[in-house]
Design a protein around this ligand. Structure first.
Ligand code: HEM
Length: 416
C-alpha cells in the first residue's frame, strides 16, 4: 500500500538522509504540506516554487526574527552584545531594500573577477591533490572539498593563508547557528567564534579603508550606496559590512563542499558515467549542472507569509513559514525523467533551481560552478579507479534541514 505524508517525520534523521519517497509522496498527494505540530508549510513542486519566488510581497525573506528559536542563555546574548548586531542586507532583506545591497554585491562579484580566478583555482586544486595523491586514498571531505571553497573565498576577500584555520572555524559556527541544532555549550562556542570573526574583519576593514587593494573587501569599503531609508549617498556602515561579509563567507563554503562531495560519491556509484566523463571531459559543465540538481545543498529555504494566502487550496495563515524545498523540486518527475538517477547527459539538467531563482538568485553561482568544473577536471585527469572506502564512510548527512551535506567520505584511487 502506498504511503501518505503523515507516515513520514521530516525532522527524522533517516528521512533527512533519504527523503526521496517523502518528496514523491508530497508532490503527488500534498504539494503544499503543513508539517504537523509546526507553523511550517513545505512546498515541493518545481513549478509551484518558481511561482512563489516571484511574489516577494507575500512571501518574504525577512525571516530573521522568526528563526531565532528559543531565547538563548544570557551568557550567549552577552557575548553577542560585545559586537555588531545583525542588519538585513541580502538573504533576509526584501525589495526595495534588498536591491541596494544586491547591486553592490553583483558589482563586486562580476564575471571578470570570477574568470580571472580560474588559474588560481586550478593551482589550489592541484596543490590539494598533490597533498594526498601518493597515499592512494583520502578523506575526501577533509582533504579536498572543505579546503577548496574556503581557500577561494578567503583569497577573494583578501584573508591571508595563515588565518585560514580560524576562518573555517568561524564559518562552521555560522552554519551551526543557522541549523538551530546546537547544544547550549555549542551555542556559547559559536557566539565566541562569531564575535571573534567580527573583530577580525573590523580590523581588516579599517586597514583596507586606509590602504585599498584589489580584493572584495577593498571594493566593499570604498563603494557608496544610497541609504535604503533616507536616500543619502554614503559608504556602507560597519553593521552592513559585517552582514555582507558573513553571508559571503557562510553561503559559499558548506554548499560548494557538499555539492562536490555528493557529486563525487554519485559518480563513483555510477562507474559507467564516471568513465564516460573521464573520456569526455568536455561533458563536465553539464555534469556539474546534473550534480547541482541531484545534490541541491541549499536543500530548502525559508519564506515568511506576509498575509493570509491560499496555494493549491491550502490556506496558509499570515506569519506562517514556507519551506521552499529546492532539493525536492530538483527531483520533480513533472520536469525531470527518472529524477533519482544521475545522468551526466541530461538535456534539461540546468533547469534545476539549486541556486534559487528571482531576486535572491545566488550571486555566487558563477563562482561555485567554476570551482566545481575546475575541481572535477583535475580530479578526473589525475586519478582513476575510484572506490568508496565503505567501512570508513557511512554516507550520513549533517542534521540540518536547510543545508544538506555528507559528513564524511573516504575514497581510494590510483594515480593516472
Ligand atoms: C554549490 C554552491 C552553492 C549553492 C547550491 C548555493 C545556493 C544558494 C541559494 C539556493 C540561494 C537563494 C536563497 C533563497 O532563495 O532565499 C543562494 C543565495 C546566496 N548565495 Fe549561494 N549557493 C552556492 C554558492 C555560493 C557562493 C560560492 C557564494 C559566495 C561566495 C554564495 C553566496 C550567496 C549569497 C550572498 C546569497 C544571498 C543572495 C540574496 O539574498 O540576494 N553562494 N545561494
Amino acid at each position: 500500500m502506498s504511503k501518505c505524508p503523515a507516515d513520514f517525520n521530516f525532522f527524522d534523521q533517516q528521512v533527512l538522509n533519504c527523503p526521496y519517497e517523502f518528496y514523491r509522496t508530497l508532490q503527488e498527494q500534498a504539494p503544499v504540506y503543513h508539517l504537523p505540530g509546526t507553523n511550517i508549510y513545505m512546498v515541493t513542486r518545481h513549478a509551484d516554487i518558481k511561482k512563489l519566488l516571484k511574489d516577494t510581497e507575500v512571501y518574504s525573506n525577512n525571516f530573521n526574527h522568526l528563526l531565532k528559536g528559543p531565547e538563548p542563555a544570557p551568557e550567549v546574548t552577552a557575548i553577542y552584545a560585545q559586537a555588531w548586531q545583525p542588519v538585513d542586507t541580502l538573504i533576509t532583506a526584501d525589495p526595495p531594500r534588498h536591491k541596494t545591497y544586491r547591486t553592490l554585491v553583483n558589482k563586486v562579484f562580476n564575471a571578470k573577477r570570477v574568470d580571472a580566478m580560474e588559474d588560481y583555482m586550478t593551482a589550489i586544486v592541484h596543490e590539494l591533490i598533490d597533498s594526498f595523491i601518493a597515499r592512494g586514498e583520502c578523506d575526501f571531505v577533509r582533504d579536498f572539498t572543505t579546503p577548496l571553497p574556503v581557500y577561494v573565498i578567503a583569497d577573494q576577500l583578501g584573508v591571508p593563508r595563515a588565518d585560514l584555520t580560524a576562518f573555517k572555524r568561524w564559518s562552521d559556527s555560522f552554519a551551526r547557528r543557522l541549523s538551530q541544532m546546537a547544544t547550549p555549550e555549542e551555542q556559547l562556542e559559536d557566539a565566541r567564534n562569531i564575535v571573534e570573526f567580527q573583530m577580525y574583519f573590523a580590523d581588516m576593514i579599517a586597514r583596507r579603508r586606509a590602504d585599498p587593494r584589489d580584493d572584495m573587501i577593498s571594493d566593499l569599503v570604498t563603494t557608496e550606496i544610497e541609504d535604503p531609508d533616507n536616500g543619502e549617498i554614503r559608504p556602507l556602515n560597519m553593521e552592513e559590512l559585517q552582514s555582507l561579509l558573513q553571508q559571503l563567507l557562510v553561503a559559499g563554503n558548506e554548499t560548494t563542499t557538499s555539492a562536490l562531495t555528493g557529486g563525487m560519491v554519485s559518480l563513483i556509484q555510477n562507474p559507467a558515467q564516471l568513465k564516460e566523463l573521464q573520456e569526455h571531459p568536455e561533458k563536465i559543465p553539464n555534469a556539474v549542472e546534473e550534480i547541482l540538481r541531484m545534490e541541491s545543498p541549499s536543500a530548502g529555504m525559508w519564506r515568511v507569509v506576509k498575509k493570509d494566502s491560499d496555494v493549491h487550496g491550502v490556506s496558509i495563515p499570515k506569519d506562517s513559514l514556507l519551506m521552499l524545498r529546492y532539493h525536492a523540486a530538483n527531483r520533480d518527475r513533472a520536469l525531470f525523467t527518472d529524477p533519482n538517477a544521475l545522468d551526466i547527459d541530461r538535456a534539461n539538467a540546468e533547469e534545476h533551481i539549486a541556486f534559487g531563482q528571482g531576486v535572491h538568485f545566488c550571486p555566487g553561482a558563477m563562482l561555485a560552478r567554476k570551482e566545481m568544473t575546475v575541481a572535477l577536471r583535475a580530479l578526473l585527469a589525475r586519478l582513476e579507479n575510484f572506490q568508496l572506502i565503505e567501512e570508513k564512510s557511512d554516507l550520513g548527512y549533517w542534521p540540518n534541514i536547510v543545508l544538506r551535506g555528507l559528513k564524511e567520505v573516504h575514497i581510494r584511487f590510483s594515480a593516472r
